[in-house]
Design a protein around this ligand. Structure first.
Ligand SMILES: Cc1cc2nc3c(=O)[nH]c(=O)nc-3n(C[C@H](O)[C@H](O)[C@H](O)COP(=O)(O)O)c2cc1C
Length: 287
């Protein structure tokens, strides 16, 4: 069932709307819908019947594929999307970015410009998620003072664990990081980066870990393309997630969330001039 108003046919929940003046009835939106819930009505215009609305992935492929911008869904105006033609980086540059990205462990002692900070997160938010669940939560420390506060909590928590001889087996090496911090003010855990990003999702999602890791991968590449250094931070993740649950609470990460990973970032105080040379890829051609 759908409703026709003048030049628009509208379905209810999804607000799936076809501009009948510009729709050419080409059927591309029907063919590309991953949930296969779009069909052509008797007059040839795409519709989503009410009983199928609940199966929509909300992926917006119908809006993205329409050559004339005739499809609107979820109340979105196709004119507000960016055109793709000619907009992708050329493949050589992308290859250099992927091969030239390095783990940055030395940072300038300054915060990122807030507009850039926001943009990095907004773009990473476009990373794909399983079944388009789109529930990756970005917990961020947006200033070096906040990272310093977290570091203080983590170091104090580690000191307590060391005193109580309570560092779990296999994690005793954290004692070294505390010693190096106390003796030399060298921060092996957060690398004195000015910012931290933790991705988490509800554990109940179909693919919580991949969703979190993919978001961070997108974030990292876009950050480095913008001259921002990044470091995947297993040490911070272990400290926050496994050793010191109180820091997890301090960061207000919901109890029902799985922490995917942590990444520190900021303006690099190091400059790499060439790619590294990895051994050939391990490729197993099966069957
Ligand atoms: C999942 C993951 C966790 C990592 N955790 C840390 C970490 O806690 N501290 C650190 O200094 N480097 C960490 N790294 C960085 C790796 O050591 C680094 O990727 C590797 O040495 C290769 O260097 P490159 O990233 O510059 O190519 C991590 C990397 C990954 C992918």
């Amino acid at each position: 069932m759908y409703f026709v108003f003048k030049n628009f046919s509208i379905t209810k929940m999804l607000d799936f709307k076809i501009n009948q003046q510009t729709c050419t009835r080409c059927g591309l939106c029907v063919a590309d819908c991953p949930a296969r819930i779009i069909s052509l009505s008797e007059d040839g215009y795409p519709i989503i019947t009410l009983e199928k609305e609940g199966s929509c992935y909300k992926c917006q492929h119908c809006l993205a594929i329409c050559p004339t911008g005739a499809v609107s869904i979820l109340g979105l105006d196709p004119a507000a999307s960016s055109f793709l033609a000619g907009g992708y980086p050329d493949s050589d540059k992308l290859e250099t970015l992927i091969k030239g990205r390095r783990s940055v462990r030395r940072y300038k002692d300054e915060n990122l410009d807030p507009a850039l900070f926001q943009k990095l997160l907004d773009v990473a938010w476009h990373a794909p998620t399983g079944v388009n669940s789109r529930q990756v939560r970005f917990t961020v420390l947006d200033s070096k003072d906040k990272v310093a506060q977290l570091r203080e909590e983590v170091m104090a928590g580690l000191v307590r664990l060391i005193k109580e001889n309570a560092l779990p087996k296999g994690m005793e090496f954290f004692a070294n990081f505390v010693r190096i911090w106390e003796e030399h003010q060298v921060d092996i855990i957060f690398r004195s980066a000015p910012h931290l990003l933790i991705t988490s999702t509800p554990m109940s999602l179909p693919s919580p870990t991949p969703d979190c890791l993919i978001a961070l991968s997108y974030f990292e590449l876009f950050a480095q393309a913008n001259g921002v250094g990044t470091l995947w931070n297993g040490l911070a993740k272990w400290a926050i997630n496994d050793l010191l649950p109180q820091t997890r609470r301090l960061l207000d990460i919901p109890d029902d969330h799985l922490i995917g990973y942590a990444m520190v970032f900021g303006k690099p105080d190091v400059h790499y001039v060439r790619t590294v040379q990895h051994a050939p890829a391990l490729i197993h051609r099966a069957l």
